[in-house]
Design a protein. Structure first.
Length: 310
């Protein structure tokens, strides 16, 4: 089901739930309706103390992942939220008024390719002609496309099978696919629970960009609140890197991911706030162009108008 032409049943339910919250505070310039995912913004802000003395009300709306969160933003059901670069790019085809207002980057091995522990696959080149699972339009999908482009190979040189993270893990564990392009915490769980192995890849293939989002309406009506929340989130990110054990314990409590897996992925990658500048916008444009070249976008998109400095 296309992101730009329709909303999945799960997304519609999530947007409806967020809409109830939004309706409760509609018209209030002193309340932010914030989209979140389990173990996401709220948990980190609470653990780092950044929710103390907030001079406005926050209503939280929970989503299963970034795509329906961004759909809810476009529908006007929430004011802000956090998500990755790929779902943001796909939202731009709908001209829904979603804007990236702050940025951060995951540095390290957060996104990778997993293979079975006994697999003969040793490097990215060995994936040619193999079946690799990944969610469609995800950063894992981008990693595969970028690797193929780097090798000068056509985009169908890898048999990419589109599966959710849980289905991708099951497919690799059962041998239905040869590899799995995925990110943490799924990668860490696959390592520790299933004996999977991380494939060495060129880290430059994974930009690791994430954004805090706003909308035309929330930027018009609640810009000071968005600016304050973005600053608190950036401070919380920095806190998480200097208090990793406390962060790990909090995440495990929120997500149910085993503490050993949580510690593993927190200790191999970092999320740092970065400025929205010409270099970042050019990087995001390159990701959009690659998705278009691979036939995943119905039309080219220009990302620059969808960045908004606070």
């Amino acid at each position: 089901m296309s992101f730009t032409t329709s909303v999945s049943r799960r997304s519609a339910l999530a947007i409806g739930a967020a809409g109830v919250l939004s309706a409760c505070v509609k018209g209030s310039s002193k309340t932010l309706v914030v989209g979140d995912q389990r173990g996401g913004i709220q948990a980190l802000l609470e653990a780092s103390g950044q929710l103390k003395d907030v001079p406005y009300a926050i209503q939280w709306a929970q989503f299963p992942n970034a795509a329906p969160l961004i759909e809810a933003l476009g529908a006007g059901a929430i004011d802000t939220g956090v998500g990755g670069d790929a779902p943001f790019i796909f939202s731009l085809q709908a001209n829904a008024g979603v804007k990236a207002i702050a940025a951060f980057r995951a540095k390290g091995d957060a996104t990778t390719v997993m293979v079975a522990g006994t697999s003969r696959i040793k490097g990215f080149d060995d994936l040619l002609g193999k079946r690799v699972a990944t969610p469609r339009g995800s950063i894992g999908h981008y990693l595969l496309l970028a690797g193929l482009k780097r090798l000068g190979k056509p985009f169908d040189a890898i048999d990419i099978t589109f599966l959710s993270p849980s289905d991708g893990r099951a497919a690799l564990a059962s041998g239905t696919v040869d590899a799995w392009a995925i990110w943490d915490p799924y990668a860490a769980i696959g390592e520790l629970s299933d004996g999977m192995r991380i494939l060495p890849i060129d880290r430059s293939l994974t930009p690791g960009l994430g954004f805090v989002f706003g909308t035309d309406a929330s930027l018009r009506d609640k810009r000071p609140l968005l600016a304050d929340l973005s600053k608190r989130f950036a401070a919380a990110r920095l806190w998480g890197e200097t208090h990793r054990e406390a962060y790990a314990q909090m995440l495990t409590k929120q997500t149910g991911v085993p503490i050993t897996a949580t510690r593993r992925y927190l200790n191999r990658s970092v999320n740092v706030p970065i400025p929205i500048d010409a270099g970042l916008i050019a990087e995001e444009q390159g990701i959009a162009d690659l998705f278009h070249d691979a036939g995943l976008l119905a039309k080219p998109v220009q990302v620059a108008p969808n960045f908004q400095q606070l």
